[in-house]
Write a protein that binds this ligand. Structure first.
Ligand SMILES: C[S@@+](CC[C@H](N)C(=O)[O-])C[C@H]1O[C@@H](n2cnc3c(N)ncnc32)[C@H](O)[C@@H]1O
Length: 238
């Protein structure tokens, strides 16, 4: 596969992984989406082990595949596997409270952060059940400035379901990351997301939080709900 074909594949796969259906494909790019390109695209995305284990929303994959097939159909023969995946998504009409989104780090399809989240901005009175665009932008900045966090104790206020803190813990080698939120349901999903992204870590639950020992050294992710009486002086006390 040429570099350009690979770039188009990774770019489109990243969008599908994170449930983004608002994409545009240039006519020149469609010409490169050959039968074998399409087969590889399905294998690396909808049939990949990570999506089999943590499925993306069927509604979003249905919209995505319809749009992709509409682009390809006038120019190329559409691969059977694309149609098969569309049929599968159309047959699944279950109402999903949660789905998974996968965020590709550094354009590497093997380097993924998986988040259990909702599609809605507000659920049960909280805005914390989905990853906000601001969290993605902040995480991009953090990944470009990893050295600022190396060996540091990092406190995140209002972590939501955890994308920023998990990214930092995974890629910046901090000494510790403390993620906080005031909403019980959010903390529950935050714990699940840490479990998903650090599957073999040792976990301890105490009355005031959940502590994960990362890679058996001193790195710790502590999920804590103690920010509710935040008075603005916490930074000084740190
Ligand atoms: C807009 S969401 C952002 C979540 C996450 N940082 C992101 O960008 O995806 C704000 C989060 O802050 C939490 N929050 C708001 N006020 C809080 C407070 N006083 N104490 C603790 N958490 C709070 C909410 O529960 C919610 O999960």
């Amino acid at each position: 596969m040429s570099n350009l074909e690979n770039t188009i594949l990774v770019d489109l796969a990243r969008k599908l992984f994170r449930g983004c259906t608002n994409f545009h494909i240039e006519p020149d790019s469609v010409k490169l989406m050959t039968w074998s390109w399409q087969e590889l695209f399905v294998d690396l995305t909808l049939r990949s082990p990570v999506i089999k284990k943590y499925p993306i929303s069927t509604e979003l994959s249905r919209i995505f595949l319809k749009k992709l097939i509409n682009c390809i159909e006038p120019v190329q023969e559409v691969h059977d596997n694309l149609y098969a995946e569309l049929c599968r998504a159309m047959n699944n009409s279950a109402i999903e409270d949660y789905c998974y989104r996968h965020y590709v780090i550094s354009n590497d399809l093997n380097n993924i952060i998986t988040m259990k989240e909702t599609k809605n901005m507000v659920v049960n009175g909280t805005t914390g059940m989905r990853t906000w665009e601001a969290a993605l932008m902040l995480s991009d900045w953090i990944l470009c400035n990893k050295e600022l966090f190396s060996s540091k104790d990092v406190l995140e206020l209002g972590s939501g379901i955890g994308f920023t803190g998990i990214t930092l813990a995974k890629f910046c080698e901090p000494k510790s990351v403390t993620m906080t939120d005031c909403h019980e349901d959010v903390l529950q999903v935050l714990c699940e997301n840490v479990d998903i992204n650090f599957p073999s870590q040792c976990k301890n639950r105490s009355s005031d939080g959940t502590t994960y020992e990362l890679d058996n050294v001193s790195r710790v992710a502590n999920l804590w709900n103690g920010w509710t009486d935040f008075d603005g002086t916490f930074t000084d006390r740190c």
